[in-house]
Write a protein that binds this ligand. Structure first.
Ligand SMILES: [Zn+2]
Length: 405
């Protein structure tokens, strides 16, 4: 009967994914150990491993130590057996990369965002992807995208982009048709969380993680039980637009006043620091790029410029309060900060930690660690890949395009 057949197929896929996940999670592992960890019979594991070897996803890499009897053959992920394309649509640039299954970047293409309106950003995305598709890495199993704003991942729609004038824009469908590959799109901070989790090594420390991107905007991604938590509308972790200033609040790009982003983001620092910095013998700040101005602000901060230090450290206090709310809501021990503002280093981080400790229950706060992420500016890009890798069925040949262009 079809229903029973489907259930059998689902069980088979579930078991296959379970075995593949355990091979993914370790450098090497034997069939016997896989059987012990997954609680599948040795025969089932052997059959699945034979399929994985046939698919080229796994290789045998020699023999392990015997614990009585024959020495076991060790299996390892064939990291270059599939490639994935990751795309980070950031505030000021779009960056794409071809990446292998271990998150090693094979080729990158970056272009500044020149036009935020209409079809032009899309044309730019096509150009980047066209170049990446020419990479010799084969087969390419899918495209993962991280984009700022509200995203409907299941339908592949950008509901509301922050940097482009896209509204309910079916980006995944457009790219799927053009490249004939599976395409998934995620909120950039949510993708970044998955990137730090899988490729920043945090999955070895626990199953839960919060990653807060403190860049030109502010947002976070939440991993619960090893899976990205997106919330009912895909907006879980959107802490940047919670109002934190009530008196003399400044406008935020979302239309409200006094959001966390309006006081603690790099954009807010750029806005306020410009009034504090003067360079009599240098070109005016208005002639410099945002990143060059941030460099100047950082120099002044390191040199001990009192007003600049106060500006940066008071922005850290707002972040500390926001994190205290997360600690009270989620009680997740591991909190990771990424983004442009992490350049302000230990003093900035200490103020965030101290504020969090003072503003949440000591018992919860004391077991919470806040640190800077490990992937620098690759977390969103690798996160988009990590989310693809989590969808193991994508990696099987029958479901993925072997060659393109
Ligand atoms: Zn806002």
């Amino acid at each position: 009967m079809p229903l029973i057949k489907a259930t059998h197929q689902q069980t088979k896929e579930h078991n296959r994914n379970l075995v593949l996940k355990n091979i993914f999670d370790r450098e090497k592992i034997s069939r016997a150990e896989l059987s012990r960890i997954t609680r599948l019979t040795r025969t089932t594991v052997s059959e699945i491993v034979t399929d994985l070897l046939d698919e080229g996803l796994v290789t045998e890499i020699g023999v392990g130590e015997s614990i009585g009897g024959k020495s076991p053959i060790l299996l390892s992920l064939a990291k270059d057996s599939r490639c994935l394309i990751g795309l980070d649509i950031a505030q000021n640039h779009v960056r794409g990369a071809v990446v292998n299954l271990r998150g090693e970047i094979k080729k990158t293409v970056t272009a500044p965002v020149v036009d935020r309106f209409g079809e032009k950003p899309l044309k730019q995305i096509f150009e980047i992807l066209d170049q990446l598709m020419k990479s010799p890495c084969r087969p390419i199993s899918g495209i993962g995208i991280g984009a700022p704003g509200l995203i409907n991942t299941s339908e592949g729609i950008v509901i509301n982009a922050v940097n482009f004038d896209w509204k309910d824009f079916p980006l995944a469908k457009i790219l799927r048709e053009r490249y004939q590959l599976p395409v998934y799109i995620y909120n950039d901070c949510q993708a970044a969380a998955m990137g730090e989790y899988l490729y920043g090594g945090y999955h070895q420390k626990g199953e839960n993680l919060v990653v807060i991107n403190v860049g030109y905007g502010i947002g976070s991604g939440i991993i619960i039980n090893g899976k990205l938590f997106q919330g009912d509308d895909g907006g879980a972790g959107e802490i940047g637009h919670v109002v934190v200033v009530h008196k003399e609040a400044k406008p935020c790009r979302c239309g409200h006043y006094g959001c966390l982003e309006s006081v603690a983001s790099a954009q807010a620092i750029l806005r306020d620091a410009k009034e504090l910095l003067h360079f009599p013998d240098r070109p005016s700040l208005s002639e410099l790029s945002e990143i060059a101005i941030l460099d100047e602000i950082e120099k002044a901060y390191i040199a001990g410029h009192p007003a600049i230090r106060e500006l940066i450290l008071s922005s850290a206090r707002y972040l500390g309060y926001a994190i205290a709310s997360l600690v009270g809501t989620l009680n997740i021990h591991q909190i990771v900060l990424i983004g442009e503002m992490t350049r302000f280093g230990p003093a900035w981080l200490d103020v965030i930690r101290d504020t969090m400790l003072r503003a949440s229950l000591s018992r919860l706060a004391n077991s919470t660690s806040i640190e800077i992420g490990k992937l620098e500016n690759n977390s969103t890009l690798l996160g988009a890949i990590a989310l693809l890798v989590n969808n193991y069925s994508l990696l099987f040949m029958k479901n993925s395009a072997r060659t393109m262009l």
